[in-house]
Ligand binder design. Structure first.
Ligand code: NZQ
Ligand code: ZN
Length: 382
């Protein structure tokens, strides 16, 4: 078992009806609330009204910042930072998925800083302080509700960068699986793939794959996602399926899974971010294309981990069969598994690799993940 440091201070309220505590919880952090949400799903589902009711009951003042787009962008984030500073808000409430929570985190950091918020993403500045963040999760996958990470796209530079900072752990996250009943089939699949990949990337890169506890946690999460994602897609209001996916997703990137197995490394994520930066596809869709290709590329270098993956997650006797079973599962969820299936031109592999290399450098992975290695992996996505 490898040495590790584990820290996760997020309070989770999980289950049906937990939202009843939302107003009182937010009120603990101040009187003026910055309410961040997306492109309208919360208005269509009636959640917006429920949240407003809770906040009004506590006599809280609300400043709204709606319109966060999937794959959130820097210009809208900067607007949020200015608004939050001008209004001198006390607490940020994010109601939505990873995109909303990530933009809320960037605003929470930016509102307490003098520098431009993008400086944090280029690792030129460190987040020392942030406004407190409360989240209500409406779509599962990223794990942003239970971690200190965030990802934003600088649309001018075409760069989708992410970083982590401890002040950005949400204080409290509300996880009611019934709020995800309305998530459409494609987004349910992409979220499942995202959460699965947060675990499978760590598993297949594990320095100590024989450490029983981390391996067991990771295998349980992966098997649960493989089992329940198709059920949630077929029966969107199946509570058990939504609940399993929700808790798996939150745990997947919470830090607990890799304790003892080694450090967190996300090479398929690094490459995927260039696909969603350049072509604005869903993150989970991009991962479905890149992750099996990355596994194929790493067959020799990660043979022990991939053999375990094949056998213990998909019940297969060889690495090739394991990767094939993984890809078949992705296809069964209607995810794209080749660049062309997401309408990404294969001739643009060079451009994609150059873009991904920016993040490889920023994340300190460029010793191994050179432009040429990234290109070779992308060729396996054709
Ligand atoms: O914008 P609205 O109208 O709310 O609609 C959203 C959006 O269109 C919709 N949706 C959300 N909840 C719904 C719903 N539709 C119906 N019913 C509901 N209950 O779903 C669409 C996708 O939402 P989004 O928040 O974009 O999805 P997701 O949670 O997958 O977040 C993706 C973003 O998170 C980043 C990704 O790169 C991407 O930018 N990630 C963040 C991470 C983190 N902070 O730790 C790690 C991940 O690896 C990932 O990179
Ligand atoms: Zn992800």
């Amino acid at each position: 078992m490898k040495n590790f440091r584990y820290y996760n201070p997020v309070t989770i309220h999980f289950g049906k009806g937990v939202l009843n505590k939302l107003g009182r919880t937010v009120a603990r952090f101040g009187k003026k609330v910055f309410f961040v949400y997306g492109m309208g799903s919360i208005k269509r589902t009636g959640l917006y009204d429920k949240v407003m009711e809770q906040l009004k009951e506590q006599g809280l003042e609300v400043v709204e910042h709606g319109g966060v787009k999937p794959n959130p962008i820097l210009s809208h984030t900067r607007e949020g930072v200015e608004k939050a500073k001008k209004e001198k808000v006390d607490v940020i409430l994010a109601v939505g998925g990873g995109s909303v929570i990530d933009e809320a985190k960037a605003i929470a950091a930016g509102a307490k800083a003098e520098c431009d918020v993008w400086d944090f993403f280029e690792l030129k500045e460190v987040v020392k302080d942030a406004l407190p963040i409360v989240t209500v999760l409406t779509i599962t996958g990223t794990g942003s509700e239970m971690n200190a990470g965030l990802v934003i796209t600088n649309e001018e530079k075409k760069a989708k960068f992410g970083f982590r900072a401890e002040p950005l752990f949400p204080k409290v996250s509300f996880l009611d699986p019934t709020l995800t009943f309305t998530v459409p089939a494609d987004q349910t699949a992409y979220g499942a793939v995202d959460a699965f990949t947060h675990v499978s990337e760590v598993y297949c890169n594990a320095e100590d794959i024989d450490a029983d506890v981390p391996r067991g946690i990771m295998e349980t999460i992966m098997k649960s996602i493989v089992k329940w994602a198709p059920v949630a897609i077929k029966e969107p209001e199946n509570y058990e399926a939504r609940a399993e996916l929700m808790w798996c997703s939150s745990l997947a990137l919470s830090g607990i899974t890799w304790c003892g197995a080694g450090d967190l490394t996300l090479p398929a994520h690094m490459i995927e971010h260039s696909l969603s930066a350049l072509y604005d596809i869903a993150h989970g869709a991009g991962l479905a294309i890149v992750t099996p290709a990355w596994m194929r590329y790493m067959k020799e270098k990660r043979s022990e981990q991939l053999e375990y993956f094949a056998r213990n997650v998909f019940g297969k006797n060889s690495i090739d069969e394991g990767i094939e079973a993984f890809e078949n599962w992705l296809r069964s969820l209607n995810c794209p598994v080749r660049l062309s299936e997401a309408n990404i031109p294969e001739e643009e592999i060079d451009k994609i690799a150059e873009n991904a290399y920016m993040l490889s450098v920023t994340w300190g992975m460029s010793d191994f993940y050179t432009v040429n290695v990234i290109k070779e992996i992308l060729k396996l996505c054709v």
